[in-house]
Design a protein. Structure first.
Length: 219
């Protein structure tokens, strides 16, 4: 990549403050330059999953000129943490216009690190191989997908006797909780030393001690 733009700063200075095209250009250029060329057979990273959840492993298959090969025979082998090998056949993913993306479904039963090995052939000729890893049960799915899942929240609320509260209804919800609180829980705290009865009680104890000591001849 050659960029002969010694006066590119003028491009930035002539843009409005809200226009981020200059920053976007340099950010994407550096990102593109830092990436290496992909192999003809490449395995895409699989999303985080837990034991018993289906995982889709996607593989891109191209020839030496990076032309898609839609009729390739793709085999996916997975080695689990217990050492057992599982083989799954991959097919062209539906809706892929380039017809070079193959998908294989796999359901891990145990947590741990799975090693993925992909082999692509066309007839008896091997196009290429690729390998990757898959971590099962080692990621926090809640943090991996922090967006609002209204359907899941509604299901939890219905099963536990609760209800979903929108952000705009927080004030009304607090008032409803205060009205529904039992009277026994609305306790107040008072300092007994600020009462006249407590002072009289202490003076009475001191006077009783003084009278008893005088009666018993004690000093």
């Amino acid at each position: 990549m050659i960029f002969t733009g010694e006066a590119s700063w003028r491009w930035r200075m002539m843009l409005p403050s809200t226009d981020r095209s200059y920053d976007t250009f340099w950010r994407q250029s550096v990102r593109w330059l830092s990436l290496g060329a992909t192999d003809p057979v490449a395995v895409f990273p699989a999303p985080a999953a837990g034991p018993g959840e289906s995982v889709v492993i996607r593989t891109a298959v191209r020839d030496a000129t990076f032309t898609p090969i839609p009729d390739a025979d793709v085999t996916v082998r997975l080695s689990g943490p217990d050492g057992r090998m599982v083989e799954a056949g991959a097919a062209v993913e539906e809706g892929e216009t380039g017809a070079s993306l193959f998908a294989a479904s796999f359901t891990p039963q145990e947590p741990g690190l799975y090693r993925v090995s992909v082999t692509a052939r066309k007839g008896r000729t091997e196009i290429g191989t690729a390998s990757s890893t898959l971590l099962v049960g080692g990621a926090d799915l809640e943090m991996a997908q922090p967006r609002l899942n209204a359907a899941l929240l509604q299901r939890l609320a219905s099963q536990t006797g609760g209800h979903i509260v929108d952000a705009g209804d927080v004030g009304r919800t607090i008032a409803a909780l205060q009205r529904a609180a039992p009277a026994a829980s609305l306790a107040s705290r008072r300092d007994i030393w600020h009462s006249a009865w407590s002072l009289l009680f202490v003076i009475g104890l001191l006077a009783a001690e003084w009278l008893l000591r005088r009666q018993w001849g004690l000093r």
